[in-house]
Design a protein around this ligand. Structure first.
Ligand SMILES: Cc1cc2nc3c(=O)[nH]c(=O)nc-3n(C[C@H](O)[C@H](O)[C@H](O)COP(=O)(O)O)c2cc1C
Length: 132
């Protein structure tokens, strides 16, 4: 077998522990939601708390919509809604709000987690940026 990340485990299974260490320690904020229409948050890393002020415990079961507010560009959210309905990929910027109400520019990607053709959930990778 060619050398690859799959060599970490003898049977080639995805190593959940590896993914958890990566996500827990990422400098970028990472959110995972389930595949329901609303996208309920099932994981948020430490960088998400640093960025937004919300802890994982506070956001579990909520949707990332809590980050939006009056100045959030509806066109960007409309684009994301379409991507979520087709199972595609999204990357854009919009104004979001921290827990304390401070607005900031979020640059984020949303990607489907697909297994055997079915969407099992969604991942977002997020960071604060300086321009829209
Ligand atoms: C994995 C994931 C991450 C998301 N992250 C953000 C985010 O960082 N900022 C944001 O404004 N919306 C984010 N959203 C979008 C909202 O959760 C929601 O899907 C969007 O507002 C469209 O739904 P609505 O029309 O019911 O508001 C994210 C959605 C998903 C599935």
């Amino acid at each position: 077998m060619a050398i690859s990340i799959k060599t970490l485990l003898p049977d080639g299974e995805i190593n959940l522990e590896l993914l958890k260490v990566l996500a827990d320690n990422s400098f970028d904020s990472i959110l995972v939601t389930d595949a329901t229409k609303d996208g309920k948050i099932i994981y948020a890393n430490a960088a998400f708390k640093k960025l937004t002020g919300y802890s994982q415990e506070e956001v579990l079961g909520q949707t990332p919509r809590i980050l939006q507010g009056p100045a959030t560009d509806k066109k960007v959210i409309d684009k994301l809604r379409k991507v979520l309905s087709t199972g595609g990929k999204f990357e854009d910027r919009a104004i979001n709000y921290k827990k304390n109400g401070t607005p900031f520019i979020m640059h984020w990607k949303v990607l489907p987690i697909k297994f055997k053709g079915a969407i099992k959930g969604w991942i977002a990778i997020q960071r604060e940026t300086s321009g829209l």
